[in-house]
Write a protein that binds this ligand. Structure first.
Ligand SMILES: N[C@@H](CCC(=O)N[C@@H](CS)C(=O)NCC(=O)O)C(=O)O
Length: 213
């Protein structure tokens, strides 16, 4: 039984939950009270993850962090969704790195500031982030033109990584996809059809919080 530490607002946790469900693996969530600062405590960092981040996955005595590492580990271990060839596996890694650096990271930061930050977001910071987001979303949208999935012909962990934050309510981020990035919008419909997909608020622990700003 895998143990997945995280919380429902965390799209990075959702990536791992989605893959575990797609692989039909047994898992249970371990709630991390991120919104009340647990991951910033020395105790949590020493005992769970020195990087101060979720998701964290326990596979027996083995503890893994970083969603890209966890997705790669699970895909290799269960022999699915990692890419059909060596070339595809490298392509998957390329998109995981792009996602972590430029796609999920800017989107998650933008959404957090807009929905859950302690004070109203600074418009200059939001404008700057929005420019970075527009660039990253434009790149993914262009890549998806004429393709069903990010790499190869079938879903891989690259799709699972890139989609991690894109099913949350649009009011949380204020960042519209529908009507602006048509290839991404169509791809998200295909991703929803992958067996195991569910909405993050239906499968991860914690309370839904109304967007603050
Ligand atoms: N690259 C990491 C990012 C993880 C991450 O940023 N998680 C958020 C919650 S969704 C977090 O714990 N952030 C704490 C922080 O940024 O200090 C991954 O993919 O696992």
């Amino acid at each position: 039984m895998y143990q997945l530490h995280g919380f429902c607002q965390s799209g990075n946790t959702f990536k791992v939950a989605f893959l575990l469900r797609a692989l039909d693996q047994p898992w249970e969530p371990r709630f991390v009270d991120f919104m009340n600062g647990v991951t910033r405590t020395g105790e949590w960092r020493e005992g769970t993850n020195e990087m101060g981040e979720v998701p964290v996955l326990d596979d027996g005595d083995r503890r893994l962090t970083q969603s890209g590492v966890i997705l790669t580990y699970l895909a290799e271990k269960h022999g699915a969704m990692g890419g059909a060839s060596e070339e595809d596996r490298l392509e998957v890694l390329r998109w995981l790195l792009f996602d972590n650096h430029k796609f999920t990271s800017y989107f998650a930061t933008y959404r957090f500031m807009k929905a859950f930050g302690p004070t109203a977001p600074d418009p200059a910071v939001m404008n700057w982030l929005r420019g970075r987001l527009d660039n990253a979303f434009g790149i993914v949208d262009k890549h998806l033109a004429g393709r069903a999935f990010i790499v190869g012909e079938a879903p891989t962990i690259a799709d699972i990584s890139l989609c991690g934050y894109l099913f949350y309510p649009v009011e949380e981020s204020g960042y519209e996809i529908e009507g602006r990035f048509q290839n991404i919008a169509a791809w998200l419909q295909r991703v929803r059809s992958i067996p195991g997909w569910a909405h993050p608020y239906d499968i991860l622990p914690g309370e839904v919080i109304a967007a603050k700003w």
